[in-house]
Design a protein around this ligand. Structure first.
Ligand SMILES: NC(=O)c1ccc[n+]([C@@H]2O[C@H](COP(=O)([O-])OP(=O)(O)OC[C@H]3O[C@@H](n4cnc5c(N)ncnc54)[C@H](O)[C@@H]3O)[C@@H](O)[C@H]2O)c1
Length: 252
């Protein structure tokens, strides 16, 4: 129950986000779970509430300022304030056709940057003031090991996630004196139902072979790190990009 009494917005449900919400609620936090698929977020929030947790689901477009503001306002009005914000949603559009930078449609580039980079800026601009009003808090951003890998596809995705490193460091330094911590979790390959729907088994096996511990990650591996960063136990961790990837990147 390390998060008892805390209020956390999880922006972006799905494979990892649902587990973040379950874990944070399981540790005692009150949760606003938002997703562009509002019905899916509400289903998971209801499941959390049904098993004794405290959560509300809502439609959230993380790339839309009014929508992000509404999610933060919901946390404040329903639960009394904001202590943590986990920006987790992502647009993967540039990976769909396997294009390199030469063939990448610029509309796909713009879309990925608009959602993943600009959207996380919007989340920061709405979450930080609410956390300052509370005397501090924890911003956690979901990044990606794709930043380091130099993949031959989805260059916009990797660029958008690299941009979040700079945003996070800015927030950590600028608002650290005011009690705000900021960190990026960079997952390796994390398997869940949606992932299994789009990634063939032989490709998943190849990903597994790239890890030091020879297994793919699970959403609970990411949620465990998120819970630490949201909790007082993580109070001296800020300004970091933390890889949670089974050793796939083996770099500082
Ligand atoms: N699964 C992996 O292997 C992996 C690896 C590295 C990084 N990540 C990162 O983890 C995060 C979660 O990914 P996931 O694997 O759970 O994928 P997912 O597709 O299961 O979840 C992503 C969620 O984001 C939502 N979303 C998309 N656009 C949105 C918007 N504009 N506003 C609000 N919600 C929006 C989707 O509806 C979906 O529920 C992403 O940031 C992703 O880049 C995942």
């Amino acid at each position: 129950m390390r998060l008892k009494g805390k209020v956390i917005v999880v922006a972006g449900a799905g494979g990892i986000g649902n587990e973040l919400a379950r874990r944070y609620a399981g540790e005692g936090a009150a949760i606003v779970l938002g997703d562009i698929d509002g019905a899916a977020a509400k289903t998971v929030a209801a499941e959390i509430t049904g098993s004794g947790g405290n959560a509300v689901g809502t439609a959230l477009d993380g790339a839309d300022d009014a929508s992000v503001r509404a999610a933060v306002d919901l946390a404040v009005s329903r639960f009394g304030g904001l202590d943590g914000f986990h920006a987790n949603f992502a647009c993967f559009r540039d990976g769909e056709n396997g294009e390199d930078v030469l063939g990448l449609p610029l509309e796909a580039y713009d879309d990925v940057m608009r959602v993943n980079a600009r959207g996380f800026v919007l989340c920061t601009r709405r979450a930080v003031p609410a956390m300052l009003a509370r005397g501090g808090g924890s911003m956690v951003y979901t990044g990606s090991g794709a930043v380091y890998l130099g993949e031959t596809v989805r260059v916009a995705y990797a660029m958008s996630k690299a941009a979040v490193h700079a945003l996070m460091r800015h927030v950590a330094h600028r608002f650290g004196p005011n009690g705000i911590r900021a960190n990026v979790i960079a997952p390796g390959v994390i398997t869940h139902r949606r992932f299994q729907e789009v990634v063939p088994p032989d490709v998943a096996e190849a990903f597994k072979a790239q890890t030091a511990i020879r297994r793919l990650g699970s959403p609970s591996d990411i949620a465990a790190m998120g819970a630490l960063l949201m909790s007082e136990e993580g109070r001296y961790i800020t300004g970091q990009v933390i890889s949670v990837d089974g050793g796939a990147t083996l770099r500082p």
